[in-house]
Design a protein around this ligand. Structure first.
Ligand SMILES: [Zn+2]
Length: 265
């Protein structure tokens, strides 16, 4: 499988340098992720298609930088097959005809086929696409080399689900991950295991902060992330909230109004 990276030309505060989309050429030219409809992205897709007809677009999840380019792709290339796992509140935001797919679906792409793997956590609808012959995972936002992945608790993010998704991909023993942000990941197990270790360590810090008397994400961030740049504080609070909700799900922490405590405190 010869997947070609195509830059989406959408740099920004959340996307960093911008997104990568992936085109699998062949009998059924397939684009993985839609980008944001930037003219330069569409031109680049056109160039890589080299006169062939774009057959379908697989979308890893409904976040704006992965899904919002769908109407522009339809208008430019006449493509009408857009596939993703449904996320009802979100999908109507991007007005194309979405074909629902789910965990375990086998999807023809290029000259080969991919298997959809439901990997919630970063978002509830997140899919990875697994190509077994080459042991390649199109991993969307499951992993970004050199940085941790945002788990927006208030927008359907779920840390426990994310950790389970990481384990699920590790269990496939992939040779490489083709992400939507940053470089290709050639040592998937090491990188994904690193994420899990990082979250375990962070959870221990959050528990220690609760035991020390911190009651809010704000207080915990001030203790755990010392010297954090002001602009990053909201993201850190969101991340701490993801940990608190995981502890709550597990029956280890609870809250009265907005004051968090450990159950065994
Ligand atoms: Zn995302």
């Amino acid at each position: 499988m010869n997947a070609r990276p195509i830059f989406a030309f959408n740099p920004g505060p959340i996307t960093g340098d911008g997104n990568w989309t992936w085109l699998i050429p062949g009998r059924l030219p397939t684009l993985i992720d839609a980008g944001t409809g930037e003219r330069a992205h569409l031109d680049e897709v056109d160039k890589v298609l080299a006169g062939t007809q774009l057959g379908q677009v697989l979308v890893t999840h409904g976040h704006v930088d992965h899904a919002s380019g769908a109407p522009a792709l339809r208008d430019r290339f006449g493509v009408t097959r857009f596939l993703k796992l449904p996320w009802s509140e979100r999908d109507a935001t991007w007005p194309v005809d979405w074909t629902p797919i789910t965990d375990g679906d086998v999807i023809a792409a290029g000259e080969t086929h991919l298997v959809a793997i439901h990997t919630p956590g970063h978002s509830p609808d997140h899919l990875c696409f697994w190509h077994e012959e080459s042991r390649t995972v199109f991993c969307g936002d499951l992993a970004i080399k050199g940085t941790s992945v945002w788990i927006p608790a208030r927008l359907g993010g779920n840390l426990a689900a994310y950790l389970a998704s990481l384990e699920r991909i590790i269990a496939l023993n992939p040779a490489r991950l083709l992400p939507a942000h940053g470089p290709v990941i050639d040592e998937p197990a090491r990188v994904l295991r690193g994420y899990i270790d990082h979250r375990v360590e962070r959870e221990e810090q959050v528990i220690a902060a609760l035991r020390a008397g911190d009651r809010t994400p704000e207080a915990i961030v001030a203790r755990v992330y010392r010297g954090l740049k002001e602009s990053l504080v909201p993201l850190a609070q969101e991340s701490v909230m993801a940990h608190l909700l995981k502890l709550e799900q597990e029956g280890r922490a609870t809250r009265a109004q907005d004051a968090w405590i450990m159950m065994d405190a």
